[in-house]
Design a protein around this ligand. Structure first.
Ligand code: T1G
Length: 677
């Protein structure tokens, strides 16, 4: 098999080139090729310097993640990087695209680094629950200082070339289109310089204040994750010990994380997210429909947020509302959101102006006639949605995609109100729609393959993580949420408190529990508005005007800063309702029971959704809950958690113990017969 590494002589400079699409991952073959190429250059007396560059869209984007967990093959990456650094001839890294993880470490092993202006460098291993395991945590602080090393290693966020140059990580920014030539010229310039600047031979200045400040500033973000602290500990070690000792510590930490469940969960997610973009029965090369203008119906919170996604991606939007006042309010909110982003320096004023200039408000549905995609985002009423789609059917041009942002309703029924059901699809955004990354793409029975392929590709363009869901009430996410809410309310009747149940969910790693979420979304969402009809605790709260944070009272009481505190009135309401409904004596409810009755049923529902073919794969269900509902990343999603942390025996046993109808597929996975009796 030909090596993905080749060498080309440019007189006295040897250029080492990797050609291993799609991202020059540092697979065993690439590593072997690199070691051989460096040896070739070192042994050739006519060679004065070497340049390492990559073909394709990027410099090495890291170790080959598909090799993780498998028996090691070929030279390990630390050996490769050490061989590069030990070369007695200067080696220059010529960087374009994304020099990430092991790719960044290869560059740090080189004696010099040049990069095109659009390049970025990063050590995103922490996003895989890991740390740079090829000397990155030891070389980075020695070259760029502790603060930059902490930022790069513990957050995993990439650094643009300019900033990397300012930190000493890049020796020269070269021409965007002349990388190889400029790198060879640079190599000639430094070929004779000695001693060679080996990062491992430099010191790393301690900066305990920076470390303490960094830990403090990121405590909330790193909550529950193991890898960030391990990255910090390695960087600190670099300032306290000689390189060899620091690298030894780094390796220990790397192996500890690599064999842990958190990294397995985060690696699962890396591939799950990319898998989710693929539709099993729709070829990847399906011809897409052009989307040059988008129409949005409804200028409320969802309509405005949805519009921003397209405006920010440079796609003009026409937004429709019934009343001028509502239209002005909706457009005003979008402008305010953009101005707030610009005020934080995350957008330039001219970008705000460009987005607003591409935003056309109108009161006339007929003004959507030239749109390629129309997204209806009005309140959840089947009749209203069917009426709108019937009108769109008469207005929109042939080939326009008609989408509904419904969170629950039957897309097939909506599609049937048109003469073009093949052009109808669900696009379920999550609030706030301009922030939340998840997009459930609901495939109707007649939705055409090119409509699906077009919407999935568009999702990537507007930086969403899209998952295909079938038509079922609440699709994937909300359908799994329902049994959780039902059980949470039952547990209140049996003796648990809102704060106890929420505490269990927050300790599990969720951003908030069911009742904090209800108060944020609004206790009155979906309420029948009849204060005399009290059928559950939620009705009782709504009847008293306890509609949540917006009323400073819901399942919790809230101060003016919206800080929640347990509510004696809610405890009374629950008591009154328990007494009225004859629910009997309340009892001690354990935290474990709360987990078994609120999280296990979600997995069960996920399994039923898969059995019914309403989701393509279990990893899609995980992606939905991670990007749509704040399921902790380090637990990999409900289906991964069930398999790798709980275990099917325990899960099925717990579900049966509490009287749930267990999904056949889960029973089949549970090994011990008693559990499936
Ligand atoms: N290993 C294996 N496959 C990879 C890969 C990798 N590192 N990176 C990407 N792919 C596959 C991906 O699954 C997809 O496959 C295809 O390439 C295109 O990717 C010792 C331990 C580089 C920014 O974390 O962030 O180094 O779905 O769709 O949007 O210290 O890929 O087509 O079959 O994402 O243009 C550290 C991971 C590894 C970077 C390009 N590196 N990659 O984004 O394309 S750990 C990373 C990315 C490490 C060392 C440690 C992105 C990208 P398929 P894509 P993209």
């Amino acid at each position: 098999m030909t090596s993905p590494i080749r060498t080309e002589r440019h007189d006295d400079v040897l250029v080492v080139i990797s050609d291993s699409p799609p991202v020059n991952a540092l697979s065993a073959a690439v590593r072997e090729g690199l070691v051989a190429a460096i040896a070739e250059g070192s042994a050739d007396a006519s060679i004065t310097a070497m340049v390492i560059r990559c073909d394709g869209k990027t410099f090495f984007a890291g170790a080959d993640i598909t090799e993780f967990g498998k028996p090691p093959v070929g030279p390990m990456l630390p050996v490769v990087v050490d061989a590069i650094e030990a070369s007695d001839k200067p080696v220059v890294a010529a960087i374009h695209g994304t020099a990430l993880g092991g790719g960044c470490e290869v560059a740090l092993g080189c004696h010099y680094r040049v990069a095109v202006p659009s390049a970025v460098l990063g050590t995103p291993e922490v996003k895989l629950g890991l740390l740079p395991g090829a000397g990155g945590t030891q070389r980075l602080p020695r070259i760029a200082g502790v603060a930059m090393a902490l930022e790069m290693c513990a957050t995993g966020n990439p650094v643009p070339a300019k900033k990397a140059e300012a930190a000493g990580l890049i020796d020269r920014i070269v021409g965007e289109t002349s990388l190889e030539a400029d790198a060879i010229a640079f190599a000639r310039e430094i070929a004779g310089k000695r001693p060679l600047p080996r990062a491992s031979e430099r010191g790393a200045k301690a900066d305990p204040d920076a470390v303490a400040a960094f830990r403090k500033a990121n405590a909330r973000k790193f909550r529950g994750f193991e890898a960030p602290e391990a990255n910090i500990a390695c960087v600190v070690k670099a300032t306290e010990t000689p390189y060899a000792e620091g690298v030894h510590f780094e390796r220990e930490q790397f192996m500890r994380l690599m064999t842990g469940v958190q990294s397995a969960a985060q690696r699962h997610l890396f591939f799950a997210e990319r898998q989710a973009a693929k539709i099993n029965d729709v070829p990847a090369d399906t011809q897409l429909r052009p989307i040059k203008r988008v129409g949005v119906i409804g200028a409320g919170t969802m309509g405005g947020g949805i519009s921003m996604n397209f405006l920010s991606a440079g796609i003009p939007v026409t937004i429709v509302e019934m009343q001028q006042e509502a239209l002005d309010r909706g457009v005003g909110v979008v402008r305010k959101n953009y101005e707030a982003t610009a005020a934080k320096g995350r957008m330039k004023p001219e970008q705000v102006a460009a987005a607003m200039a591409a935003f056309t408000p109108t009161l006339g549905l007929e003004n959507l006639a030239d749109c390629d995609l129309i997204i209806e985002a009005v309140y959840e009423s089947m009749d209203v949605k069917k009426e709108i789609f019937a009108k769109l059917d008469t207005i929109c041009k042939p080939g326009a995609i008609l989408a509904s942002n419904t969170s629950y309703l039957d897309i097939d029924e909506i599609a049937a109100s048109t003469s073009r059901p093949q052009d109808v699809v669900g696009m379920h955004f999550f609030s706030p729609a301009n922030v939340m990354k998840l997009l459930e793409v609901v495939r109707g029975a007649k939705t055409a393959p090119d409509v699906l392929a077009t919407v999935m590709a568009l999702a990537k363009k507007i930086k969403k993580v899209a998952v295909v869901a079938g038509v079922t009430y609440g699709f994937i996410g909300n359908r799994m949420l329902m049994p959780r809410q039902v059980e949470a309310n039952k547990l209140l009747m049996e003796g648990a408190t809102p704060e106890q149940i929420d505490k269990v969910h927050v300790a599990f790693g969720m951003p908030m529990g069911p009742f904090q979420m209800a108060d944020l979304a609004g206790v009155d969402i979906g309420w029948h508005r009849d204060p005399t009809r009290i059928e559950n605790i939620r009705d009782a709260l709504a009847a008293e005007g306890r509609w949540g944070q917006k009323k400073q009272a819901g399942f919790y009481d809230y101060d003016e800063k919206r800080n929640p505190s347990p509510s004696p009135r809610v405890a009374e309401i629950i008591e009154e309702f328990r007494a009225k409904s004859g629910a009997g004596e309340k009892r001690e409810v354990s935290d474990q029971e709360i987990v078994e009755r609120t999280l296990y049923p979600m997995v069960n529902e996920g399994a039923l959704i898969l059995e019914e073919g309403k989701a393509q794969r279990a990893s899609d269900v995980d992606v939905v809950w991670i990007y749509g509902y704040g399921w902790p990343v380090y637990r990999g999603g409900p289906m991964f958690w069930a398999e790798h942390e709980v275990g099917y025996d325990k899960l099925v046993g717990g579900l049966e113990k509490h009287g749930f109808e267990v999904a056949k597929s889960l029973k089949a996975k549970a090994k011990t017969p008693e559990a499936v009796a």
